[in-house]
Design a binder for this molecule. Sequence first.
Ligand SMILES: N[C@@H](CCC(=O)N[C@@H](CS)C(=O)NCC(=O)O)C(=O)O
Length: 229
Amino acid sequence: MDFQAHSLKSSDDSSTSSKLVLYSFWRSSCSWRVRFALNLKGLSYEYRAVNLGRREQLSPDFERLNPLKYVPVLVDGPVVVSDSCAILLYLEEKYPEKALLPADLRLKSLNLQVGSIISSSIQPVIMMGLLKTIEEKFGPEEQLPWAQSNLEKGFNALEKLLKDFSGQYALGDEVYMADVFLAPQISIAIENFDTDMSKFPTLARIYESYKKLPEFQASSPERQPDALH
Ligand SMILES: N[C@@H](CCC(=O)N[C@@H](CS)C(=O)NCC(=O)O)C(=O)O
């Protein structure tokens, strides 16, 4: 763990190596989005693990990188960006090759809408910290139904939104930013929360396409250096 190296205040630290550094936790879906996008763009990066189980995100050094104390954080030379949405938009501008946002305005806004539904209305209401609070306040048996009902609400909306636009992937036959948000979220819904995907045929179908993508496979939790097998 080395959070110190990037907690420099200087904004003109151009001497810093230009290699991208990603602070990530193997099981974090927000980190997974960024890993998937970096792979799709063919950008190599150094992986720095932040062990959320050991609460390393609360250390003063990490807090200097992200005052909200969440992963992921991306460091690109003097630029430090936290929050997966901000990171993805940063990457899209800085590294426009293999664009994840299409030029067509309608498609672009649908991509942003899918990302926003997942990052604002699904992930925050099923995140580990909140589920722990639910367990403490209402009992362990309340965790799973809470997560499942919130996933179902979000997935119902996504299914309706995407069914007339999807192809091999969420918005046609190209992989876009919507897919970067969807793929980890669907995987987590299935693996961690036993979500019945037969209710969401479009999402279930495109998830089969994601599983075949080498960029997605390489971004999966169990392939990360900090994975506990
Ligand atoms: N909106 C943020 C959310 C980040 C977030 O919730 N990160 C979680 C892991 S997916 C985290 O660091 N949790 C640590 C904690 O709850 O203390 C993003 O998209 O990056």
